[in-house]
Design a protein around this ligand. Structure first.
Ligand SMILES: Cc1cc2nc3c(=O)[nH]c(=O)nc-3n(C[C@H](O)[C@H](O)[C@H](O)COP(=O)(O)OP(=O)(O)OC[C@H]3O[C@@H](n4cnc5c(N)ncnc54)[C@H](O)[C@@H]3O)c2cc1C
Length: 420
């Protein structure tokens, strides 16, 4: 399966999971209605839940569990959206273009609603709906054609744009090699680390407990599961434990997860735009993705940090704890060449900031949402595979529903799909 993560992916998911299709926008209702079995042991409200990891997956899950009545303690080794976390950095793309036969367009639609609801509740601006432009440069546009029906079904607004439309609307883009485009006017970008902090702040205001401590990796594959040992030597006891440790999940559960989550090194560049020229600001240019021999994508804006651009191709394996985070000369050269080609007015733009982050890839780029195979009171969440951030609230809502009601996740997300 060819992967395209931060922006979507061009995999033939339908081939792997031809049966899998979410019919409605509410993931929680879908999970309940789609033939999932009820596990014994529905969680009582006021059960004590420990969520480990305050990134996009853990933070939102903790918040929605709290809203469902659980008592929740959230832990993080270094804090929400820290510089090592996959949810760190300035911004993330939110869009529904995801190819045919997959659940993520519906999930993105639900997530968009929940981002709106929560930012309104908190009186914060976390989602910038500056639009997303998906540029089709590949002769094979099966992925994009297949996306259109999914967008329609999910109720996500989109426009199909011809080359001429593109030329009229965004003359600052060199259209060479482009065939057509999908524009999602309600897509855009999300604040990343700020949103993780906002989720934690909301969680605390609503009565959650947070501790900035690490869970020690003491034989977590096998337990015993009476308590967790924390980095300050204390113990944490809960009725249920949810591990949302992003790229660290494989290390914490070497047997259960191991290399089913493979962190890869990803470089992100921010270029300075010319003074007095707003053609590359988020007021004039949407978030964009360029589907060609490789996926390039970018986010104008970023709170003044510059014109963000990154190559979605998976980098080498990376250690999220000890990995050095300076970008490579080769990576910089390659994005400069690209920028000079696609955005010629920025060809001499200076690099003003850069980051190294990691994707936490599952083998098929689908999320992992499942109970531990032998411990019914332990859940594992991860495998965002470079496209998880936007889905945080929808995933949190769905997981809280599954956990509190003792339901099983969809087969697409279960560990069983990998075999033994
Ligand atoms: C460069 C880049 C670009 C991306 N672009 C997009 C995009 O445009 N759109 C999109 O939707 N997604 C995007 N993604 C993917 C998305 O950001 C991730 O899938 C998502 O943030 C993963 O969240 P997470 O909560 O699973 O992991 P993390 O954010 O890594 O959170 C895990 C947390 O667990 C904590 N932790 C780890 N071990 C322990 C322990 N033992 N005890 C306590 N705490 C622990 C860590 O400190 C961390 O905070 C991108 C990712 C990268 C790297």
């Amino acid at each position: 399966m060819k992967a395209c993560a931060a922006i979507g992916w061009s995999g033939t998911l339908g081939n792997c999971f031809p049966f899998f299709k979410f019919p409605s926008a509410n993931m929680l209702k879908q999970a309940q209605a789609s033939g999932t079995t009820t596990a014994p042991g529905t969680m009582a409200a006021k059960s004590q839940v420990a969520v480990i990891g305050a990134g996009a997956f853990g933070g939102w899950t903790a918040l929605y569990l709290l809203r469902r009545g659980a008592r929740v303690t959230l832990l993080d080794a270094w804090g929400p959206g820290n510089s090592r976390a996959s949810s760190g950095g300035e911004t993330r793309v939110i869009r529904g273009t995801y190819g045919p036969n997959q659940p993520y367009t519906q999930m993105a639609a639900r997530a968009t609603q929940l981002w709106k609801e929560n930012q309104q509740r908190w009186n914060l601006k976390l989602m910038h709906q500056t639009g997303v432009l998906w540029m089709v440069a590949s002769a094979d546009d099966h992925f994009e054609r297949g996306s259109l029906a999914m967008l329609r079904e999910a109720g996500i607004a989109y426009q199909e744009l011809s080359r001429q439309d593109l030329a009229t609307r965004w003359p600052q883009i060199n259209l060479e090699g482009l065939h057509w485009g999908i524009y999602e006017p309600e897509g855009g970008y999300l604040m990343a680390r700020n949103a993780c902090q906002a989720v934690l702040d909301g969680f605390l205001r609503e009565g959650g407990e947070y501790r900035q401590l690490a869970v020690m990796p003491n034989n977590l594959d096998h337990g015993p599961w009476d308590s967790l040992t924390l980095s300050d030597g204390s113990k944490l006891r809960a009725d249920l434990y949810i591990f949302a440790c992003g790229p660290w999940l494989g290390k914490l559960f070497p047997e259960t997860i191991g290399n089913r989550i493979r962190p890869t090194r990803q470089e992100v560049f921010f270029f300075g735009t010319p003074v007095g020229d707003d053609r590359f600001s988020d007021a004039k240019l949407p978030v964009w993705a360029d589907h060609r021999d490789k996926f390039m994508y970018g986010i104008p804006g970023n709170q003044g940090r510059g014109f963000k651009i990154a190559d979605d191709t998976r980098g080498p394996e990376f250690d999220p704890t000890s990995g050095e985070r300076s970008v490579s000369a080769q990576g910089l050269r390659s994005v400069r060449d690209y920028i000079a080609f696609r955005f010629p007015a920025l060809k001499d733009a200076p690099l003003v900031e850069s980051r190294v982050c990691q994707y936490e890839n599952s083998p098929d780029n689908n999320f992992i949402i499942d109970r531990h195979p032998t411990q019914q009171n332990v859940w594992l969440l991860g495998g965002g595979s470079g496209h998880g951030f936007k889905h945080g609230p929808a995933l949190g809502e769905m997981v809280a529903g599954l956990v509190m009601e003792g339901k099983d996740p969809e087969p697409l997300f279960r560990l069983g799909r990998f075999g033994n």
